[in-house]
Design a protein around this ligand. Sequence first.
Ligand code: 0X9
Ligand code: ZN
Length: 421
Amino acid sequence: MQLCPTSILGFVIIFPHLCWSQYEALSGDQIWEIQGEVGLVSTMLYGKGFVDILDESGPRRVIRVRDRHSTEVLLTLLQNKLPYKVLVEDLASYLKEKEGQRKRKTKSSSTCSNVSCPQPLSDAYMTLDQIEWYLKEINITYSSRLSVTSIGKSIEGRDIWQVHIRPQSCSVGSSVWIEAGIHAREWIAPAVALQMIPLLLEDCSRIGTLDIYIVPMANPDGYLYTWTNDRYWRKNRRKNNGTCDGVDLNRNWDYKFGLFASDDPCADDYKGSAGFSEPETQALSDAMLAVAKTSNLLMVMTFHSFGQYFLYPWGWTAEPAPDTPKMINRGELWAAAAKKRYGTVYKVTNSGSGLYLASGATDDWAKAVLKVNYSYTVELRDEVTRGFVLPPDQIKPCSEEVWDGMEILLKAVGPGEHIFL
Ligand code: 0X9
Ligand code: ZN
């Protein structure tokens, strides 16, 4: 039974407190902590789709063990003499319990309906419908400053929307591209990208000379699926082989495609049948090429969660990409500004050596093919505790600190940038 956003006689009513269907797919899944020499074993289990790696920042691993694969995982750990501890017995009950506690404590003050959605919600995650209502509304209200256009359709036929915020003062012909939501379950990423839109519209500083392109929801089908069926869904909704669905869109970009990504359609990081096999990555890359053709594309940023990293390429190799000193310098500026308000620490590091090797991602393609000076992947809040299921009361502080970083960064990547070196 689907009790999330529902429509009765044309009136859309949201029952987020009854939205348990997104947790059903997690019934029986457990969270384990494994100690020891776990690197290769956890990567192997992840590549087969048996587990999901939730924390790999230190020597231990925190993994989500899928109910249907718990025996295989247990045997593998025993064979490799790796001790483990069960942290969460049943992920579905755990998340329902947390959600219930939160609902009893807080009442959302946000309003957004198909009649009016003038601001992006800052104390609740927006449904896909609400995001579309908001984008439609600003397209009318701010028609002189921005345009919202569809850059293509997802595999299930939904529009992928791009917001183009035009310069409000003298244009310098330079642009910035921001993508969010390519991984469905990372809800904080589109939420933060949406919060940026009104701030960019208001900004009267030099940022106002840039053309800013934002795709706040790059994977609409996957996002909807996380609301209705599986809160931990990561990929798009491609039907692969009958048993397992979805392609990891951040392994599907056609640069170093397939080097570090899974061949197994059941894995969360399944790369797809070929580079740009997916309509979502085709649409995104075509739109970015179009922007790069008509303007001086200075920077590409893609928002993800979680872990609090500010990553620069490469991700397909541990070697540094061109412009690495500049990317580090601007990254440090962003992270210092983002830390000021709430003390949140974002680690500025190279993807391949500081996080893990993974190929076919937005950032590497943008750096290699578009040759932008600055290409970043930002892993938003939190560090590890709530992970993908970040409570909505974190949308506001997370967006504020990100904006603090953006204000500095957007001024530091254009003409006059040398003053920071
Ligand atoms: O693995 C990813 O796609 C990103 N992390 S996430 O937890 N959000 O899935 C990191 C991508 C970093 N960039 C490259 N490896 N190129
Ligand atoms: Zn991600």
